[in-house]
Design a binder for this molecule. Structure first.
Ligand code: FAD
Length: 474
């Protein structure tokens, strides 16, 4: 039998349940469809497209060049491909963004009516959203019980499965609507992305190397080190998980082989994977989470959109060095450390009073790990309007955050080199430095580095006021 293996957010051969099914069924025809039609306003951002381009190259190499590419609405293309290739069966691993669930449900229904075999699998989550419920049958809204009781109390995640030993590929045909990888036009016309990809080895092999490096060098100091952006204590596996170059199961079980059960670094790391599951769980139960405040009382919040301050934030020119460092890391590498995501997020929605949608959109376009479920849930968390969100009155102070989490200034100076010679005492508040210190450091505020675009104390009070003006209930 010839089976179509539809690769989506599972760009790997190992621990790929749908691929195992396809290989066990007979000859495999691997395809990838870039569907910018059904995704509507949730089209992939620019940085993710670059990642995808290179990840597809690597996937195609491991498939001995047998991957066939398509561009368009998958619900239209799939029946056409099936008919043209005389295929009897199609398999895929499930995706969980609401627009993909809608589309895939339609495809499945349509194919079943025409007696085509369709099978889908869980290849991206440790526990699927419908699996985890409270004892009364409702879903969780608070992380700790979701993870500790719901997930850890459920059956353990599936153990990773071996690569099919001898995949037989179906003969590659020239089809009416197939295209080349280049014709997917994932890379931008202007080649700004070279600096972004130079530090990543994209693809399944690179993903395995990153995991091994984290397991040997990072995980044993994860709990304390994960908050220090200059340290290599975090895994940087988020784009691997988003594109499925690794499954969460591979990470979950290999971490447990490295450290003893009960080790606090292990616990902490596994619970971060739990936060990823929680974001998917929330998005599944609240399909409008990417746009609508989970806490509806925030619908009355008086956001202020000032284009200049939004642009200053995007470019890393706010005059707050730790914020600017984070935003520049994002723009240049497609990644930002989690501590910084929280600091720059709080600065945008609380000190600048900009709607969290602006932050969501900028991150969506710039992050190589941009993930509709995790990004939206995280922005709602930061803004205080999400499930189990950070309380609105918790406003990160970018000066003390810098002093606490980048005490030597290594991270900040790396991304804001114009402050390289600034002494530690003033690194996070250069506007407080006496003129002779500024002169000795070669800093001219307003010329070589911006003055702060907003006053911290005043903006904090305005934010608290805007919050207290909200109705007490939705
Ligand atoms: C405003 C904001 C936006 C974010 N947008 C995204 C996004 O689009 N895509 C994304 O993958 N992560 C997002 N995150 C979550 C988190 O910042 C990243 O997952 C993490 O920084 C990735 O780095 P890492 O792989 O080294 O993480 P590690 O610390 O090594 O954690 C391991 C894995 O756990 C998961 N994880 C870690 N922290 C979180 C978290 N807070 N929420 C959910 N999952 C988590 C990720 O899959 C990560 O790869 C966002 C966080 C904030 C505050």
């Amino acid at each position: 039998m010839k089976t179509i293996m539809w690769f989506r957010q599972d760009l790997r051969l190992n621990d790929n349940p749908a691929l195992i099914e396809a290989a066990n069924s007979g000859r495999v025809m691997p395809i990838y469809i870039l569907d910018d039609i059904n995704s509507l306003s949730h089209k992939m951002g620019a940085a993710s497209r670059v990642w995808l381009h290179y990840s597809l190259i690597e996937l195609n190499k491991t498939l001995n060049g047998n991957l066939t590419f398509f561009k368009g609405a998958a619900d239209k293309l799939i029946p056409e491909i099936i008919e043209e290739t005389q295929t009897e069966k199609i398999v895929w691993n499930r995706c969980y963004e609401p627009w993909r669930i809608d589309r895939d449900t339609r495809i499945k229904k349509q194919l079943k009516e025409t007696k085509i075999g369709v099978k889908s699998f869980n290849g991206s989550l440790l526990w699927e959203p419908q699996q985890i419920q409270k004892s009364d049958g409702t879903h969780y809204r608070v992380f700790t019980p979701f993870y500790r009781k719901g997930c850890l109390g459920a059956a353990p995640p599936r153990a990773p499965e071996a690569l099919p030993s001898n995949i037989q590929f179906a003969e590659k045909l020239n089809l009416a609507k197939d295209c080349t990888l280049e014709e997917l036009e994932l890379l931008p016309k202007q080649a700004w992305y070279h600096s972004m990809i130079k530090d990543w080895k994209i693809g399944e092999v690179g993903a395995r190397d990153s995991l091994n490096e984290f397991l040997t060098k990072g995980i044993s100091s994860y709990k304390s080190g994960r908050n220090i952006p200059s340290q290599k204590s975090v895994s940087r596996l988020s784009p691997r998980l988003h594109f499925g170059e690794l499954s969460p199961n591979q990470i979950w079980y290999s971490a447990q082989q490295m450290l003893e059960p009960g080790d606090t670094n292990l616990d902490c790391f596994l619970s971060e994977l739990g936060w990823r599951e929680f974001s998917h769980h929330l998005h599944f139960h609240y399909p409008s989470l990417a746009n609508e405040n989970l806490n509806a009382k925030f619908n009355a919040f008086s956001w202020k959109t000032t284009i200049e301050s939004l642009k200053a934030w995007q470019k890393g020119m706010t005059g707050y060095p730790i914020v600017d460092a984070g935003m520049r890391e994002l723009y240049q590498t497609g990644y930002m450390h989690n501590r910084l995501r929280m600091v720059v997020g709080s600065f945008l929605v609380k000190n600048l009073l900009q709607h969290w949608h602006h932050g969501r959109d900028w991150f969506h376009n710039c992050l190589v790990d941009a993930d509709l479920c995790v990004n939206s849930a995280s922005w709602q968390w930061i803004a205080g309007c999400g499930a189990d969100a950070a309380p609105y009155f918790r406003i990160f102070n970018p000066v003390t955050q810098g002093e606490k989490f980048d005490s030597e200034g290594h991270y900040t100076k790396k991304w804001v080199p114009e402050l390289t010679n600034m002494p530690k005492k003033y690194l996070f508040c250069p506007w407080q430095a006496p003129s002779e210190i500024l002169e000795e450091s070669g800093v001219q505020l307003g010329k070589t580095y911006p003055m702060p675009i907003v006053d911290l104390k005043v903006s904090r009070e305005l934010a608290l006021q805007a919050f207290s003006d909200l109705p007490k209930t939705a």
